[in-house]
Design a protein around this ligand. Structure first.
Ligand SMILES: O=C(O)C1=C[C@@H](OP(=O)(O)O)[C@@H](O)[C@H](O)C1
Ligand SMILES: C=C(OP(=O)(O)O)C(=O)O
Length: 420
């Protein structure tokens, strides 16, 4: 049954080993597909998005084995195939926008499809970008499915980065393997840390791209992955953000598996919980978070939009107005997260105002639970995880409908959270 009952928790205390980063994992798989040598990716979890990326590699003719949590690529993508190609990207926005750019490596028809919420999310940035390369693109009114075909005739393009960085990630992964050098100028790029992660991983595979202050990128063509690669996927800061906020409002946690100097933008959650009054400490690669006071805060989440759901819960437990910037980034996620957070928080008496690019959360110290509460995840993993936190310091159980949404990024979330 796709619902869960969460019991009240008077206190948070315990240790969690974080799952590996779904953003790094999908990138590592995509770049591995370009290799003619063996690639081993360690610590790859079987979240839905990571499974989708592996299925795409299969659709593209790559061959690999799984041994425990390791992924071992034996043969990369079959670029010599001239049959028409069709990939299914599951519900992953990143895999959909990233692997669409792989159409640049083929001339035959390359169809991209998916399922669930991704069918409602815009693909305009992909369509517009691929057309500039001279490709023909047919879409379902700017959404999936899209079919891409034809030759590349242009290597100097301009894209808009204000809605999503994910297609640019795809272009940066594909461009080193094109026959000519590529120049990409980017207007108004958001989610920049995700582009740093892409470049970080390209460098790990021995590939080079030149970044001119996130405004343009120059990529030499005809590059190769010269040697065997081993890559260990680091822990997921976006997943960690829920346990970090749980501790900040309800007690303490010790988290392992995270890198202190990670390039993941979502490690900014530490700045937010410190602003709200929690204590943060690193010792021997273990991160400890301890509740102290909880005060309202102001935070700009424009570059780390996935932090909105846990930040809203943090703000709900502070007394008074917290301001979180970057709401425009939320429209095109698994749900329209500004609206879904507003709707779900209303159920516990927390009012949220959505202004032009700001959210104001009117925190009430302790959310009010009645015995009737049924949250909806809106089939959005981050909404399901965030609503679970409302069990902290309250007296009554509640239900989350659409609870399985967590499988997209963190299938063991409830197991881990319920041990705290
Ligand atoms: O590149 C990535 O791994 C991601 C980029 C972000 O999307 P946008 O670039 O669309 O903001 C983020 O919200 C998403 O969860 C993962
Ligand atoms: C928006 C997300 O992912 P994606 O865009 O890859 O579906 C997310 O994980 O919150």
């Amino acid at each position: 049954m796709n619902k869960i009952v969460i019991k009240p928790k008077s206190n948070i205390s315990g240790k969690v080993q974080l799952p590996s980063s779904k953003s790094y994992a999908q990138r590592a798989l995509a770049i591995a597909g370009m290799s003619n040598n063996k690639v081993t990716i360690n610590r790859l979890i079987e979240s839905d998005d990571c499974v989708a990326a592996q299925n795409i590699l299969k659709d593209l003719g790559a061959q690999f084995d799984r041994k425990g949590d390791a992924f071992i690529l034996n043969r990369g993508i079959d670029f010599d195939s001239n049959r028409n190609i069709s990939i299914n990207c599951g519900e992953s926005g990143l895999s959909t926008r990233l692997f669409s750019s792989f159409a640049l490596l083929f001339e035959q028809d390359f169809t991209v499809n998916g399922q669930g919420s991704i069918l409602k999310r815009t693909m305009e940035m992909v369509i517009h970008g691929l057309k500039q390369f001279g490709k023909n693109v047919q879409s379902n009114n700017g959404k999936l499915p899209i079919t891409i075909g034809g030759k590349i005739s242009e290597f100097n393009i301009e894209i808009d980065g204000s809605v999503s960085s994910q297609f640019l990630t795809g272009l940066l992964i594909v461009a080193p393997f094109l026959k000519s050098d590529t120049y990409i100028s980017v207007k108004d790029l958001k989610s920049k840390p995700y582009i740093e992660m892409t470049i970080d991983l390209l460098n790990h595979y021995g590939l080079k791209v030149s970044n001119n202050d996130f405004a343009s990128f120059q990529i030499q063509g005809n590059q190769r992955i010269e040697k065997e690669i081993v890559y260990d996927v680091e822990g997921d800061w976006s997943a960690a953000s829920f346990h970090i906020v749980a501790a900040a409002i309800g007690g303490e946690v010790e988290l392992s598996g995270l890198l202190e100097n990670s390039k993941q933008g979502d490690k900014a959650i530490l700045n937010a919980v410190e602003l709200a009054g929690a204590k943060v400490l690193w010792k021997n690669n273990i991160l400890s978070i301890k509740r102290d006071k909880i005060v309202s805060f102001e935070f700009d989440a424009t570059e780390c939009p996935d932090l909105f759901p846990p930040l809203v819960v943090l703000a709900a437990y502070a007394n008074g107005k917290s301001v979180i910037k970057g709401v425009n980034r939320l429209k095109h996620k698994e749900s329209n997260r500004g609206l879904t957070l507003q709707q779900e928080c209303e159920k516990v008496g927390v009012k949220i105002e959505l202004l032009v690019d700001k959210m104001i959360v009117h925190g009430i110290g302790k959310p009010i639970l009645s015995d009737q509460i049924v949250f909806s995840s809106h089939n959005d993993h981050r909404i399901a995880m965030a609503m679970s936190l409302f069990s902290i310091g309250t007296q009554l159980s509640f239900t989350i409908e659409g609870a399985n949404a967590i499988d997209k990024s963190y299938p063991n979330f409830y197991r881990d959270f319920l041990t705290l």
